[in-house]
Design a protein around this ligand. Structure first.
Ligand SMILES: Nc1ncnc2c1ncn2[C@@H]1O[C@H](COP(=O)(O)OP(=O)(O)OP(=O)(O)O)[C@@H](O)[C@H]1O
Length: 761
């Protein structure tokens, strides 16, 4: 064997042996931890339950608490040995992927640093492998050979890098060694990128780029905003960032305190293996729709498909736009403040169909507290008062006829069960009657009490409409090209929707905010990091709302203003609005302009779709030029699609046929299903499957495929200027092959592209 293969293989063998030793030790520890846990479980038997006296209660509580603490400690131990077991398993398969030889300034020793998915040492402070997230590993991603500076917890450190080496290790054998003097060599990246697409996203730890590394390791910003072209690795970077944060704040941060808002469920499914592969647990992932549905369970909310396929008229569009602004957000705050004086909408409290506390009385109580109360305190104090009033109502209700009737109709079993196990002695029949009557009335009242505790006496639907009607008094509608009549018509439309139990996207966030303001809730304080992908599809109102709902979280927002398929042209103003939400001094903006997903040819073509020629640099990976075929009729288009799919399958590549709407996808499916083995993706709740799929564009967001066929890109389907971004999004899903098919006449959005960028078929 040739040097350096021989010596590296020798070292690798040694490390693998030590990993094996550690595995054995770990198994022993796990057995021990299991046993300790069993001891604690047995300890529960010794916990004494004595609750007849106060001191007895206290003693029990202490003893229980002790058990809990022991259990927690054991579980933590278990978790760490369990975690260690997983880490060792990962390391065994792939101990490390790089080596850098580093000589710190002022030292004469050059230390070889081997970088892998996790740290591994055989003795204290003797690291055989360094975690890719360790401070020193940053050098590997950021610098080439020569003088470097890296950040350590103690400050900046100067050093010289003498060697930079990358490995491919397969089954304990070093397959290739690649020495480079650049940051991440193009060759390495090319290798990583020329693979085929899979239904699950892969991690990029071995080839993180310098710009991406900045995103991953940023810990100073309250707002980290990443604008990146399609395929520039935003999603990848952010997933490695989660892994980094979990490492960096180990012990203080759990994966449950990291939340990611993603575009759709399909995408969640696509990315859910990345963190486990890196040896970390997945963060909490949800779509905005899921978040809102959980908070507004009584409403049917506008879905992704409805939102995307809706064709609002001009006025409706302006209404929707206005409802997404920060102005509107502020108007709602002003309105809510005003509710301290007047305007709260309540419903009376009824018991057995009869009003026991009138709406006016509730309002009176609500406004009886002085002006120092805010909405939250006011509501709380009102609740307390109402509950007290109900309690006194129990007494007067006990003599009601219905109670007597119920008592008479009680079976013996029912009666006995109300009396309970203990013998009771009553001085009189009256006393016995009262005892039972109290139970009956209290039971009957339980749902009402629950309702009060849950703020049901606030008529939130009415309150929301009341707010909508107040808007023209609180802001200047003409600024948004709207008249009072336009607004009134909009309110009517919302009311009609609400009567059917529905809420549109434009109304659902304001609705949630209004309720939060009235309740005085300040959101989830436990969440520390919030990630929002595809930020261009959010309105400033939504972002302000999320900021309020997660007050302790640092935000990372990622997006591509060129892929704004929902909010379309409004996206550009977003950045300006963010400066009002986050302290500009604690905000960082990073732009990723190099793209990795597609071949040079596909990127050049996709870029040409965007007229204002955003800065997008293709990574030099060669492939076929995109092909564009305008057919005479539909049959010809179908034949062309079949031929393309077959061609791709012969090359072991998967194809996605991307349509504009779901209806188009259904139509294509009906035409193709007899000739091809295809799966149609109709909803975001489906799973991605290997093989050919047909998918509407709004569900293909964030995904990638070897080959993409843009289905029926004809002039009729795609013509509006604001569909340009959609067309771009579709084209940029392709990694190796892109085919555009159009029946009869090509979309004007594509017909002006320079002919040298594609092949006409
Ligand atoms: N540093 C890297 N090394 C290897 N592959 C990379 C790197 N960065 C990105 N990629 C690959 O490029 C592709 C696109 O990355 P990703 O999906 O993260 O981009 P994105 O910016 O989120 O794209 P979009 O906005 O179009 O959804 C993925 O296949 C990813 O694995």
């Amino acid at each position: 064997m040739l040097e350096p293969y021989k010596s590296e293989q020798h070292r690798l063998d040694g490390v693998l042996e030590k990993i094996q030793d550690a595995k054995v030790a770990n198994e022993l520890e796990r057995d021990n931890a299991d046993k300790k846990k069993a001891d604690v479980d047995a300890g529960w038997k010794d916990v004494r339950y004595r609750s007849s006296t106060y001191s007895g209660l206290f003693e029990t509580a202490m003893s229980v608490r002790q058990q809990q603490q022991m259990l927690e400690q054991r579980e933590a131990e278990m978790n760490s040995v369990e975690h260690q077991a997983e880490v060792l398993e990962h390391l065994k398969e792939r101990p490390y992927f790089a080596r850098i030889d580093v000589q710190d300034a002022g030292s004469d020793v050059t230390e070889p640093i081997y970088i892998g998915l996790a740290s591994f040492s055989d003795e204290p402070d003797h690291f055989l492998i360094y975690d890719w997230r360790a401070p020193i590993s940053s050098i590997y991603y950021d610098d080439g050979v020569g003088e470097v500076t890296y950040t350590t917890p103690a400050g900046d450190q100067q050093a010289t890098v003498h060697l930079k080496r990358q490995f491919q290790i397969e089954d304990g054998k070093i397959e290739t060694i690649f020495d480079t003097d650049e940051a991440i060599g193009d060759q390495m990246l090319l290798n990583a990128l020329s693979g085929e697409s899979t239904t699950k996203m892969q991690s990029i730890v071995t080839t993180i780029q310098r710009e991406q590394n900045k995103i991953i390791r940023n810990t100073s910003a309250d707002l980290l905003f990443v604008q990146g072209a399609a395929g520039s690795g935003k999603t990848s970077a952010v997933l490695q960032r989660v892994a980094y944060l979990l490492y960096r704040y180990r012990g203080q941060l759990t994966s449950g305190q990291v939340v990611m808002f993603s575009p759709n469920q399909l995408f969640n499914d696509y990315i859910d293996q990345v963190l486990p592969e890196l040896g970390e647990q997945n963060m909490v992932q949800m779509t905005y729709y899921q978040y809102a549905s959980r908070r507004l369970p009584r409403f049917e909310l506008e879905t992704l498909q409805e939102r995307f396929e809706a064709q609002p008229g001009t006025v409706q569009k302006e209404l929707i736009d206005l409802k997404g602004t920060l102005d509107y957000f502020n108007v709602m705050q002003t309105y809510a403040k005003g509710l301290n004086q007047k305007g709260i909408q309540v419903r009376p409290i009824k018991f057995r169909g009869e009003e026991v506390i009138s709406a006016d009385r509730i309002k009176e109580i609500y406004y009886s507290f002085n002006e120092n109360y805010n909405l939250g305190n006011r509501l709380f104090a009102t609740k307390e008062r109402l509950l007290k009033m109900l309690q006194s109502h129990v007494r007067s209700e006990m003599n009601a006829e219905w109670v007597d009737e119920q008592i008479e109709n009680l079976s013996k079993e029912e009666y006995d069960s109300m009396m309970g196990d203990q013998e009771k002695e009553f001085k009189s029949d009256k006393e016995e009657h009262n005892y039972i009557a109290k139970i009956i009335v209290t039971n009957e009242m339980a749902p009402i009490i629950r309702g009060i505790n849950r703020n049901r006496f606030i008529n939130i639907n009415r309150q929301f409409v009341h707010f909508l009607k107040s808007v023209p008094y609180l802001m200047d509608l003409t600024q948004y090209q709207l008249t009072q009549a336009d607004w009134d018509a909009g309110v009517e439309a919302t009311v009609a929707q609400m009567q059917q139990g529905k809420l549109s996207l434009a109304d659902m966030t304001p609705f949630m905010l209004l309720f939060d303001l009235i309740k005085g809730t300040h959101g989830e304080r436990d969440i520390r990091f919030l990630f929002i992908d595809e930020i261009q599809d959010y309105t400033p109102f939504q972002l302000a709302f999320l900021k309020r709902s997660f007050p302790k979280a640092r935000f990372t927002m990622l997006g591509d203003l060129n892929q704004a398929i929902f909010t379309k042209e409004n996206a550009a103003g977003l950045q300006a609005d963010l400066t009002h939400l986050f302290n500009p001094e604690k905000s960082e903006y990073i732009e990723l302009t190099d793209t990795y997903r597609s071949t040079q040819q596909i990127t050049d073509y996709a870029k040409a779709i965007l007229v204002d020629g955003a800065t997008i640099n293709a990574f030099e990976r060669e492939g076929d030029k995109p092909s564009v075929k305008v057919t005479q009729n539909e049959t010809e288009m179908i034949d062309a699609a079949v031929a393309k799919v077959n061609q791709a399958s012969d090359a072991h590549e998967t194809t996605a046929i991307i349509t504009k709407t779901l209806a188009d996808a259904e139509e294509a499916y009906a035409q193709l299903r007899d000739q091809l083995d295809v799966t149609i993706i109709r909803t975001e709740n489906q799973r991605l499957v290997p093989g050919t799929i047909i998918v509407p564009a709004y569900l293909a967001k964030g995904l990638e495929f070897d080959a993409v066929i843009m289905w029926d890109a004809n002039a009729e389907k795609y013509h509006a200027e604001d569909e340009r971004q959609l067309v771009y999004t579709i084209a940029s899903r392709a990694m190796h092959q892109l085919t555009v098919l159009a029946d009869q006449k090509l979309s004007p959005l594509l017909s002006n592209i320079d002919e040298s960028l594609y092949v006409k078929e």
